[in-house]
Design a binder for this molecule. Structure first.
Ligand code: NAI
Length: 457
């Protein structure tokens, strides 16, 4: 049986897929959105939102512990995981309901079920075919493991870690990337002994090296253990815990092992290969206009090689809907996508790292770094860290790198500086409210323009 023709058929209702659906409907197109699980995808149900709820609970625990520092008498008595999960699930539930309402409001045909691409213009779900003048592949990603490393019991990925109803005494975190450092941070605040194992020489290895080093210092201070340049070899588990062996022959023991070694593209059993969609290592290859090169098939989100971030998916979804509508949207510059890691202290960055900038601009690179120690609001919050700007002499600011409590909230201005190709001299006279952490951004621009105010020079 074949339903009527759609303007866009979207396979996957996560950040990328639902953004394409909403924008497509806004532009007057007839849209079908196919989702096997729940609209909102990884971000809402198993990623961004639940982890940030846990990180906020972790911050509250630390505030309770440190309350005496602020002259407030309170005591930290422990973590009630059942109530933490209730708090987390209520937030997800509310957002999920809101999203369902939005999809309904836009008259999008929402289909629950496993869709497969049976022709370049058709997705089939449980025997019903949805034909589209355009098809958008948005099937997302899954938590990867390593060859021979089986997930189950005490060995888990973030999927299981997010639904744990108990607080372990100790945890080993395999992978010091984004998921690894965020969970390590949560668990430490919850009172867990944490050890991170990272194969590369630094934690958060994709960040500017100055941020990685500062994070390592902060984690050392928080007594979060980590082994760098260490490679996993094997794990065994029994009733009492896990034993992890590393390639150097050493072993570590803990209650649980979190596997956080990256996310793979969810592209199996969807008919992509059969329909000739170009693929590499499981990812769907698309050009800069997100077209796959096959008929009118586009791809968005985590299945397209690049940063696996929800806000990249949103923007790609919007882009494709506008492209299909003939609005000729500007292409998305990958390096202009802001990145935030919500561990304590937070990391936030956009644009080129100092190393990348030096490779591109050589000696023309200019750097300013402002320590949060001189920032009043940061002192009030009791946080350390810095904001580092990477600029080009007689040229724009090309990178912003920040570490410290709440630095994620500064990334809005940071991405505007980089994406609008601002010159330090132009933004230096712009006023930042006092006392805010945001002043440190203004100070960094002043310093890059050669006129730092709060500096001993
Ligand atoms: P990731 O790629 O950020 O980090 C994985 C880490 O595991 C790497 O540093 C890698 O060197 C290490 N690794 C791999 N194999 C190893 C081995 N055999 N032994 C030791 N270390 C090994 O991936 P992650 O953290 O799993 O996150 C997946 C995706 O989800 C990322 O793209 C991330 O950006 C995204 N995400 C974003 C968040 C945010 O924006 N705040 C939060 C959480 C995830």
């Amino acid at each position: 049986m074949s339903e009527s023709m759609y303007d866009i058929v979207i396979l996957g209702g996560g950040s990328g897929g639902y953004a394409a659906a909403l924008r497509g409907a806004q532009l007057g197109m007839k849209v079908a959105l196919i989702e096997a699980d729940k609209v909102g995808g990884t971000c809402l149900h198993r990623g961004c939102i639940p982890t940030k709820a846990l990180l906020h609970a972790a911050e509250v625990a630390d505030m309770a512990r440190d309350s005496g520092h602020f002259g407030v008498n309170a005591t930290f008595e422990g973590i009630d995981m059942e109530r933490v999960n209730t708090y987390k699930d209520q937030i997800i539930g509310k957002l999920h309901k809101g999203l369902q309402g939005l999809v309904g409001h836009h008259n999008i045909t929402y289909v629950t079920g496993w869709g497969t691409l049976v022709a370049p213009d058709t997705v089939e779900v449980d025997g019903t075919r949805y034909q589209g003048r355009n098809v958008v592949l948005a099937s997302g990603s899954y938590s990867r493991s390593l060859p021979g490393l089986e997930i189950g019991g005490r060995v888990m990925t973030s999927d299981q870690a997010l639904t744990m109803d108990w607080v372990p005494k100790s945890a080993i975190v395999l992978g010091g990337g984004v998921i690894g450092v965020e969970f390590a941070s949560v668990w430490k605040s919850f009172g867990v002994d944490v050890t991170i194992i990272e194969a590369l020489p630094h934690l958060a290895p994709n960040e500017d090296e100055s941020l990685s080093k500062a994070l390592e210092r902060a984690f050392r201070k928080r007594k979060i253990a980590f082994k760098l340049g260490a490679r996993f070899s094997s794990v065994t588990q029994d009733d009492s815990g896990v034993t992890v062996s590393l390639e150097d022959g050493s072993t570590l023991q803990a209650d649980i092992l979190l596997v956080a070694v990256g996310r793979g593209p969810a592209t199996a059993n969807l008919g992509y290969e059969e329909q000739g969609i170009p693929m590499e290592r499981g990812f769907v290859l698309a050009n800069e206009r997100l077209h796959t090169g096959v008929a009118n098939v586009y791809a968005v989100g985590d299945i397209v090689p690049g940063l696996q971030l929800a806000h990249r998916g949103f923007q790609q979804g919007i882009f494709v809907a506008e492209e299909i509508a003939g609005l000729e949207p500007a292409t998305i510059v990958e390096s202009g996508i802001p990145r935030v890691t919500y561990c304590d202290p937070e990391l936030a960055s956009v644009g080129l790292t100092e190393k990348q900038a030096r490779e591109k601009y050589g000696d023309a690179v200019t750097i300013s770094e402002v320590n949060l120690a001189a920032n009043g609001k940061s002192g009030i919050l009791g946080t350390a860290g810095f904001i580092k700007l990477v600029g080009v002499k007689d040229g724009p600011i090309v990178g912003v790198h920040m570490i410290g409590a709440r630095m994620g909230e500064q990334v809005g201005e940071a991405q505007l500086l980089v994406n609008w190709e601002a010159y330090a001299e132009d933004v230096a006279p712009l006023i930042h409210a006092h006392p805010t952490q945001n002043e440190a951004m203004g100070e960094a621009a002043l310093a890059l323009a050669g006129k730092p105010l709060h500096a001993h020079n």
